[in-house]
Design a protein around this ligand. Sequence first.
Ligand code: ATP
Length: 238
Amino acid sequence: MTSAAVEIRDVVHSYGTTRALDGLTWSAHAGRVTCVLGPNGAGKTSIIEMAEGLRRPDSGSIRVLGVDPWGADASHRAQVGVMLQDGGLPGSVAAGRFLTHLTRLYPDTGRLPQLRDRLGLAEFEKTAVRRLSGGQRQRVALAAALLPRPAVAFLDEPSAGLDPHARLDVWDLVREERDRGCAVLVTTHSFEEAEQLADDIVIMAAGRVVAAGTPATVSAGSSLADTYFDLTRPVHHR
Ligand SMILES: Nc1ncnc2c1ncn2[C@@H]1O[C@H](COP(=O)(O)OP(=O)(O)OP(=O)(O)O)[C@@H](O)[C@H]1O
């Protein structure tokens, strides 16, 4: 296999006395959707923030497109799409204005009309971000992540809070990103989302990987939900 788009090796990180990541190792590949699941507090946000270059681990190694994301330069960041949960959007700016502004930060500016159409942004593009509904804000955040045609996209619960139609639209868009060669990482608490999207699954618990591989290998004849509960319940409730 070619080298991974995201390579996480033996990452350890503590916040004070809380060991959030405890020797975490997994990878994600170009042209595949990797879904990261795990109970609250498993360390998903911590590792994703590290892969985005927002946090530095105590030890271990993280490579995104072959580069250490901590301190990576603007050309690296332009290849990485980030959709943050509930954050990173300027509240008082109109949604459309914000996205137009973003297109000027990246070399490739041809994509906004397509995303506007696919995510139904036109109906609320003149509305200030803070006045949007939760689902509308999700759609703006997803458009912001995909605008630069990233080589790697980190999407935090991309369809959470969306109505069923919008959910299908988002899943289609995620699949298209994958098909054009993007390494798409999706953190989710939804088994349905993982079953719909995942080429690879990583299940985390207590800062470690408890299962990783294709959905068929991870579930091994059982359902994803049963596998998840089997693997995470003892750790989660200890
Ligand atoms: N800034 C911080 N300061 C102290 N502890 C933190 C900090 N960020 C995370 N933690 C702790 O690290 C552990 C992992 O948290 P993290 O947010 O990475 O989990 P998660 O898997 O993303 O959870 P969720 O599904 O609830 O989003 C938790 O025990 C959390 O309380």
